[in-house]
Design a protein around this ligand. Structure first.
Ligand SMILES: Cc1cc2nc3c(=O)[nH]c(=O)nc-3n(C[C@H](O)[C@H](O)[C@H](O)COP(=O)(O)OP(=O)(O)OC[C@H]3O[C@@H](n4cnc5c(N)ncnc54)[C@H](O)[C@@H]3O)c2cc1C
Length: 474
């Protein structure tokens, strides 16, 4: 007879491993199955996020920022350094070490919380059994009262620019270049394209980003996107909007691209091409034909507002379901589902999920953009404050960007906060707390913020909603 659990989680990315740990904390007998193998060919927990996503990209963003600063920031402070050199082995090796530390850490957390790990591919069978095909091909079946599907996502491949892992790469490939490409092409000016494009630009690549949409960063507030576009252009990121890739051909001297923009057909040759046009839910080999679990029109696992699939005891979370493809969104769904299974009151507030782009300057937001509110006919008022008037930002030589706060015109409730500038990945947290507590701009305006800090930009933007910012004209 197969071993019986209270909860089986398929996938150990930030959605699945968090769900497994929370379920085990709640006293449920839990197993977690994952198929990912690391660079060394061994099983590696943590999914996309820890292995080839959030963590390694931030490691390289940080290393490349140090390198860039030597020539572009230190001289302003009166510090000069001779010709800086990069040891690529150390550059990539540091990232790999961080990845290993964190993927190994999940194993330790599983042990500490008594989650049973299985390495291999899990397939949901009818009746909440899961068939596991181990890395050695051996099969075993376990079953549970509840199964949580957390199979994540994979990069979308373009049929005319197929990944070859060498010249045409996905995110994993672009995190592992053994030398700095002289010319890097990036397809897609989304978060991944901008972050990884920034890494290699800072290391010296000529970076051209080709984006099909006519507007830059159309998911962000337009005022914020405008500042970001200007700053990225200053750094030498050549972003071509309204440009559609038609062909990518690998030849001896590089990847030959053909794209179309308003002036007609254009050609470009690059040494490496990163295709970052988005990700799709991954459900290959996940579901037996008769489970009753349905997929939506985009191939995502269909769930209700409680992440329930409609099949008794089967739930789905993270990138594999609707909603933004963000690690923290998946993790919170994981916690909520574990709590629902345990009969507790889980919750995810999809209206206050923070979005962050870890470029330089950083971009961060939560809630509605000004355009969304205008289109919905919601009456609103706007306050903003530039980092140029923030003492700490000037002292850091990073006085770029602004905080923009949008509040309801009548109730003053904060509806959205949008930022571009130094450290905004951290500053957005305060605004998320305020929004979660249904706070008003008046609430933030009355809270004492330490001086001199970057957080004063949030305080002043809140004051500015009511035209009473102190350090700028209103
Ligand atoms: C370059 C890059 C940078 C990113 N940066 C950020 C960031 O800064 N912040 C952020 O919030 N998000 C970021 N993301 C997105 C983030 O990585 C994802 O939103 C997150 O990993 C989704 O978590 P998940 O658990 O749903 O899926 P995943 O992390 O994709 O994990 C799914 C796991 O399930 C396994 N699996 C799939 N099917 C099966 C099966 N049948 N059996 C067993 N195992 C299976 C997979 O092997 C994988 O290990 C980034 C992504 C990329 C690519």
């Amino acid at each position: 007879m197969s071993e019986k659990y209270d909860v089986i989680v398929i996938g150990a990315g930030p959605a699945g491993y968090v769900a497994a740990i929370r379920a085990a904390q709640l006293g449920l007998k839990t197993a977690c199955i994952d198929a990912f193998t690391g660079k060394d060919g061994k099983p590696a927990l943590g999914g996309t996020c820890l292995n080839v996503g959030c963590i390694p990209s931030k490691a390289l963003l940080d290393s490349s920022r140090q390198f860039w600063n030597i020539a572009h920031n230190l001289p302003v402070h009166g510090i000069s350094v001779g010709d800086a050199k990069v040891d690529m082995g150390t550059f990539i090796g540091r990232k790999d070490k961080i990845v290993k530390q964190f993927t190994g850490g999940i194993g330790q957390l599983f042990k500490a919380n008594k989650v049973t790990p299985f390495f291999g591919t899990g397939k949901l069978l009818k009746g909440n059994s899961v068939e596991i095909t181990g890395t050695d091909g051996k099969k075993e079946t376990i079953s549970a009262t509840n199964v949580i599907l957390a199979s994540g996502s994979v990069p979308i491949e373009l049929p005319f620019a197929k990944f070859d892992g060498k010249a045409i790469v996905d995110n994993a490939g672009a995190l592992d270049f053994t030398e700095v490409p002289k010319r890097l092409g990036v397809i897609g000016a989304g978060v991944i394209g901008l972050e990884l494009g920034s890494v290699w630009r800072r290391m010296g690549s000529e970076v051209t980003i080709i984006e099909a949409l006519p507007d830059f960063l159309s998911v962000a507030d337009a005022d914020i996107a405008k500042v970001a576009a200007r700053e990225f252009a200053k750094q030498g990121l050549d972003i071509k909007l309204d440009a559609k890739l038609n062909k990518a051909e690998v030849k001896k001297d590089g990847v030959h691209l053909v794209y179309t923009n308003k002036d007609g057909e254009q050609k470009l040759v690059v040494d490496k091409l990163l295709v970052a046009v988005g990700r799709r839910a991954y459900t290959q080999n996940l579901l037996a034909d008769d489970t009753g679990v349905k997929l939506d029109e985009r191939g995502r696992i269909l769930v209700d507002e409680h992440c329930h699939t409609g099949v008794d005891g089967v739930w789905a979370i993270g990138d594999a379901v609707r909603g933004p493809m963000l690690a923290h969104k998946g993790s919170e769904e994981g916690v909520a589902v574990a709590e629902w299974i345990a009969g507790k009151a889980g919750h995810v507030n999809y209206d206050t999920i923070p979005f962050v782009i870890y470029t330089e300057p950083e971009v961060a937001w939560a809630g509605k953009t000004e355009k969304e509110l205008k289109d919905a006919g919601v009456p609103y008022k706007v306050g903003s404050f530039p980092f140029a008037a923030i003492g700490r930002a000037v002292a850091m030589n990073e006085a770029i960007g602004q905080v923009k706060m949008i509040a309801h015109a009548e109730t003053d409730r904060i509806l959205g906060v949008h930022m571009v500038g130094p450290g905004v990945s951290e500053l957005i947290a305060e605004c998320v707390v305020a929004m979660e507590f249904k706070g008003s701009s008046e609430d933030l305006a009355r809270i004492v913020h330490a001086h001199p800090t970057l957080s004063e930009a949030v305080h002043e933007a809140a004051l500015s909603v009511d035209k009473r910012a102190i350090h700028k004209g209103n």
